[in-house]
Design a protein around this ligand. Structure first.
Ligand SMILES: NC(=O)c1ccc[n+]([C@@H]2O[C@H](COP(=O)([O-])OP(=O)(O)OC[C@H]3O[C@@H](n4cnc5c(N)ncnc54)[C@H](O)[C@@H]3O)[C@@H](O)[C@H]2O)c1
Length: 358
């Protein structure tokens, strides 16, 4: 039985991971530490909130004393670190929070676990798992090989640079102090609970509200999409079977140009409206309610500064060493995602009207 401290799990991936972990390992204790920034939402944790082995703590990973109290007071032996500022656009308009949370916050966590697991007493089977991104590797030309674990870091946005710095700190705490760490670098995630500032949920909710679907530049930027539960499965494998000190790329071999991702989303929404007449009554502002294709809302806008052209993950290492295989393909995962948003309108309406932070 483990006691996990999971940071940032009121956010998109962390909340999905906690649900996944608590159903896979129901005997483990899970403590979530989350500052509830704009991206954090208590509602994301409703399915596990009432469980006896679940605790939620509102707090900041930059608060060193709180971290030490939580880790030593609860005999935490496993830390899974999701907490981050995660939206590239925000890192361009306001990088300060990215430096503070992603770099200083990760450093604080490393300092706290070092004190609790190595200095004050020896916790033999401790494990620090750091959740990172493929964006640390920079960008690829169309015919370049995909990012592997040995690709040199070349981050291009303040977000990617702050995550790269955190990856280096995690690595250094292993090499210098012997902290038992693993890191995973994952491609773009999608699925339930995705905050509607990111491409897929933003476009989906805009279709339902009859608003334009903003596509940066020519829409040809390529992203490698992974369904969020497949990310959780990958992290599970790394925590349970990964080699200490190692880094694992997690991806689904699923490269799509942004414009094609949005077109796939449009097709799925069109088909859903055609199959279910209730949707036209619920979302009368949507073009789909009048039999007009969702694609009609696509609008090209000025490209993001420094926009990376292509990300692609080479996941051979986690596949061959740990037996990883993603379960969801893009059309099936996208359909599940769209239906999750149809079925959970109060969740996203509370975000749109701001009441989720009350
Ligand atoms: N979203 C993706 O496609 C993707 C892909 C690969 C890796 N990642 C990484 O996965 C992790 C989670 O991403 P996400 O998309 O779920 O992010 P998110 O923005 O949805 O959630 C981040 C969570 O961290 C919390 N948080 C922020 N600052 C904090 C602080 N100082 N102290 C405590 N909590 C704080 C927020 O309240 C929020 O709940 C991040 O580390 C991100 O870099 C994300």
């Amino acid at each position: 039985m483990r006691t996990l401290l999971v940071t940032g799990a009121a956010g998109f991936i962390g909340a999905n991971f906690v649900k996944y972990w608590m159903s896979s390992y129901p005997e483990d204790k899970v403590i979530v530490l989350d500052a509830l920034t704009y991206a954090g939402n208590r509602q994301n944790l409703v399915p596990v909130w009432e469980k006896d082995n679940f605790t939620f703590v509102k707090g900041n990973i930059c608060d060193f004393d709180l971290l030490v109290d939580l880790i030593s007071g609860n005999q935490v032996d496993t830390l899974v670190h999701f907490a981050a500022e995660s939206h590239v656009d925000r890192s361009i308009t306001g990088p300060d929070d990215f430096i503070e949370t992603n770099i200083v916050g990760t450093y604080n966590l490393l300092k706290a676990v070092k004190q609790c697991w190595l200095d004050d007493k020896k916790v033999e089977n401790h494990h620090f798992h750091h959740v990172s991104t493929d964006e640390v590797y920079g960008t690829l030309a169309p015919n370049d090989p995909a990012f592997s674990e040995t690709t040199a870091y070349a981050p291009n946005s303040p977000y990617a640079a702050s995550k790269a710095a955190s990856d280096h700190l995690v690595r250094a705490y292993h090499h210098t102090f012997g902290l038992r760490v693993t890191t995973s670098n994952c491609s773009n995630n999608y699925g339930p609970l995705h905050f509607p500032e990111k491409l897929i949920p933003l476009c989906l909710l805009n279709i339902l509200q009859g608003k334009p679907l903003p596509i940066y530049g020519d829409g040809q930027q390529i992203r490698d999409w992974l369904y969020v539960d497949d990310h959780s499965r990958g992290i599970d494998l790394v925590i349970n079977r990964g080699h200490i000190g190692e880094t694992y790329n997690i991806g689904g071999n699923n490269e799509w140009a942004n414009i094609d991702t949005v077109k796939l989303l449009c097709e799925i929404v069109d088909a859903s409206f055609a199959e279910d007449s209730n949707l036209a009554q619920r979302f009368p502002q949507s073009p789909c309610a009048k039999g007009v294709a969702a694609e009609s809302l696509i609008t090209y806008v000025e490209d993001r500064a420094g926009h990376d052209t292509r990300y692609a993950i080479d996941a051979h290492k986690i596949i061959s060493e740990l037996g990883y295989s993603p379960t969801e393909d893009f059309p099936s995962g996208m359909k599940k995602t769209v239906h999750w948003y149809f079925d959970n309108e109060p969740w996203w309406q509370a975000i749109l009207d701001g009441s989720y932070r009350d």
